[in-house]
Ligand binder design. Sequence first.
Ligand code: ADP
Ligand code: MG
Length: 385
Amino acid sequence: PETEKPEAGKERNCGGGGDHSRIMVFVRLRPMAKREREAGSRCCVRIANRRDVYLTEFGNENDYLRLKRLRGRHFAFDASFPDSATQQEVYSATTAELVEAVLQGRNGSVFCYGATGAGKTYTMLGTVENPGVMVLAIKDLFTKIRQRSCDGNHVVHLSYLEVYNETVRDLLSPGRPLILREDKQGIVAAGLTQYRAYSTDEPGNGTAFHGNQNRTTEPTRVNETSSRSHAILQVVVEYRVKDAAMNVVNRVGKLSLIDLAGSERALATDQRTLRSIEGANINRSLLALSSCINALVEGKRHIPYRNSKLTQLLKDSLGGSCNTVMIANISPSNLSFGETQNTLHWADRAKQIRAKACEVNEETLQVPESEADQAKLLLELQKEN
Ligand code: ADP
Ligand code: MG
């Protein structure tokens, strides 16, 4: 047999050593909730080998064995987390590598997808006792920066925004809606607060939790906050280094952590259904995200990023030169069987996206001519920091 040739882009390593030439897709099952148990729920999901997910409507032991051969009932992901998985385990397996890549000047994004109540906000933000991906990523980022010798050289900024009803709001400084503008870095929200974070200020935890209190709450459904709003926390790391040719370069890495709106009303995976419900003005951003993912899966040249605020904001974080991670959150209850099945189908489809190799965002500032120039530059750099 022929020897296997490495796929283009595969040998290009993004950060911590994983193969990120495609989107990484994970599933997280949450524990059964009290109200689900009280409603007589049975568990309809089984996770095996930290990879396979089996779905059965009745939770019968023998069903799982037969399901192996049933289409649409057995899925496999990069990793599947059972309900016993800790926040730290989820962070380490899904996001830690992206934090490493961001420190090398690459972009990365992590999405939590799933129906309302499936555990997206718990995974992303978590609680004060059990902080989630957003908080653990910021903590880990500062730990990694401290471990590097040129500690003082890194500048970290946080921003946190919400897309609700096609309106963009600053969660760190609530007020008037923000306008999206195109500049040379891409599409940006004009006037968005850039909070400078330091390793000493209880690493930005405060920022994430405080910002979350400003999320739009759902007026029509009691006890369910922010089920239709998307929250995006962006962590931007900027620093200067000397490259192999002794040029001073500015590197910028951006990590986007996204808690998506509940997917229950926007689960269509084909374009025709998508368009018909779009008319009903159901979460346009989530539909647009599905459209972009479909277009990326189908290898289309035109990706309809312009169709919503969310996809405009995430243009450089989806399928482009970026490490992308999807975490699909699911409930174990058979009462949510349909939603869980839809979420798993969506995640299964996202697996097929092939992203371009991830690039380093780097800008050469000055090319030193002589040794004396180099020494001068180094001195200036130290002074600046
Ligand atoms: P979503 O953001 O998807 O609507 P939440 O994250 O708010 O869902 O989760 C719904 C409820 O389930 C919350 O009370 C949350 O604390 C709890 N929950 C979710 N995932 C877990 C988990 N892995 N372990 C413990 N409790 C969880
Ligand atoms: Mg939520």
